[in-house]
Ligand binder design. Structure first.
Ligand code: HEM
Length: 429
């Protein structure tokens, strides 16, 4: 197949499974599909988008820990045709005309370039620093629960799971935490194109929201340039000052870092909070056990992250023909890494489809990734989850669904696992 196109080479890979991850119903409830992939098609061809999907635990780890074979810089990967490609091109044109076109930073770069971005951002999220923030995160959590507890019911997604990470990331960056609904709208728009196919009208609508975010943030950069402060925006605006040979970050780079921090810090933790709470309503015995012994909260959280991974998938680009699980992935393929599937691999996790808070940390789940791009916000996310579940369980004697969830339970998304709603009823302790 010397002259074959990428789509033809991927289409020629043998695979007996004929569902597609682009189906919103599979995105909503992917577990049987993942199991089928593990058993019958570990490298799943998706010729329509020039991609293959890797689902086994060992294969996912192999892809993530070999950045020279699987680049995080997606430029040039996947198909060059189709509605999504045209949409992305149009979106970028509009950003370049009226704002800042996307450039590659941090999560979209490979070592050694990645290492210098990572160093700048990581300082703000060091486990030691997050430990110092624990009391404050507890206070914010308490304040949110105070506003809900007497009501005996809430829409957990809107009333708690979105505000908690929103307030904390806004404070960390140095944005006004009273404006989290606006930031949430930005995060949704920034992610939309990667999540699902958009119509032309939706592309125009979402790009306007991202432009609003960019101009708001550009004004914040200017303010910090004139008046430095101790927040992360200021650190990034003043990065590399006083270093020979190093240039300050450009506004386009700053915009891209903000994009990653706002999107990375928001919907992921919201999803973990929602899924954790939903699991508690399904397993009242687990609620009772943790109420009696709050030291089980961290084990509960790790099992939530394994069982219902908030980031179901992300992508890499194959830099050359490379064999994974006995299949040659063609150079240029978009390689979809399925963290959510790897965490349910029955050859690694005993009774992988059972929720079990007693399974311990070995083997480690990959919900925060592995390798150079391991989630920079992992310690922060874990602290938010510990504060939330410890306090919710201490302040209630029971928590249940106020009414059955409407199906599908999740918003359509190719990459994340966002729940649409979580109506709760609870008794205060
Ligand atoms: C439960 C919550 C979270 C989950 C499940 C999660 C998951 C992940 C995963 C899987 C990656 C690896 C990406 C890759 O392999 O390319 C990642 C990276 C990243 N995460 Fe998180 N994340 C969470 C919370 C956060 C928070 C709170 C922040 C806040 C700042 C954050 C910021 C980032 C950033 C900036 C990266 C890119 C790191 C790099 O490329 O070096 N995440 N996250």
């Amino acid at each position: 197949m010397a002259d074959a196109t990428l789509e033809e080479r991927i289409g020629a890979l043998a695979c007996p499974v004929d569902h597609t991850m682009l189906d919103p119903l599979i995105q909503d409830d992917p577990w049987d599909f993942y199991q089928e992939l593990h058993e019958r098609c570990p490298v799943f061809p998706m010729p329509e988008i020039g991609a293959v999907m890797v689902s086994r635990y060992e294969d996912v780890r192999f892809v993530l820990t070999n950045p020279e074979l699987f680049s995080s810089n997606g430029r040039g990967g996947g198909t060059k045709r189709g509605l999504q490609v045209d949409n992305a091109r149009r979106y970028q044109e509009i950003l370049r005309e009226r704002g800042w076109g996307h450039v590659e930073t941090l999560q979209r770069t490979d070592p050694p370039m990645h290492t210098s971005y990572r160093r700048l951002v990581a300082k703000a999220f060091l486990p030691r620093r997050i430990a110092d923030m624990a009391d404050h995160i507890d206070d914010v959590t308490r304040g949110l629960i105070d506003g809900l507890i007497e009501r005996g019911e809430c829409e957990f997604n809107l009333d708690f799971a979105m505000p908690l990470p929103g307030i904390i990331i806004a404070e960390e960056l140095g944005l006004d935490s009273a404006e989290i609904h606006r930031f949430n709208r930005w995060a949704g728009a920034m992610l939309a194109l990667a999540m699902r196919p958009l119509t032309e009208a939706e592309v125009l609508e979402t790009v306007e929201i991202e432009l609003e975010a960019q101009h708001h943030l550009a004004a914040e950069f200017e303010r910090r340039r004139a008046e430095p402060s101790d927040d992360l925006i200021s650190t990034l605006v003043h990065a590399h000052e006083g270093e020979d040979d190093a240039e300050p970050l450009t506004v386009a780079e700053l915009q891209n870092l903000m994009h990653q921090l706002v999107t990375g810090g928001f919907e992921t933790t919201t999803s973990a909070l929602n899924h954790g709470m939903w699991l508690l309503t399904r397993y009242p015995d687990v609620q009772d056990r943790i109420r009696r012994d709050p030291s089980l909260v961290p084990a509960f959280i790790e099992e939530v992250l394994r069982f219902e991974s908030p980031v179901q998938g992300l992508a890499r680009r194959a830099t050359r023909d490379v064999e994974v699980g006995g299949v040659v992935i063609p150079e240029g393929s978009m390689v979809m890494i399925r963290y959510g599937a790897a965490n349910r691999d029955a050859s690694v996790f005993d009774r992988a489809d059972e929720f079990d808070i007693d399974r311990g940390r070995n083997p480690q789940h990959v919900a925060f990734g592995v390798g150079p791009h391991f989630c920079v916000g992992a310690a922060l996310a874990r602290q938010e989850l510990v504060s939330a579940f410890t306090q919710w369980l201490a302040r209630t004697s029971s928590i249940e669904l106020a009414h059955p969830l409407s199906t599908p339970v999740h918003e359509p998304s190719f990459l994340l696992f966002p729940m649409k709603e979580l109506p709760l009823r609870f008794e205060s302790a």
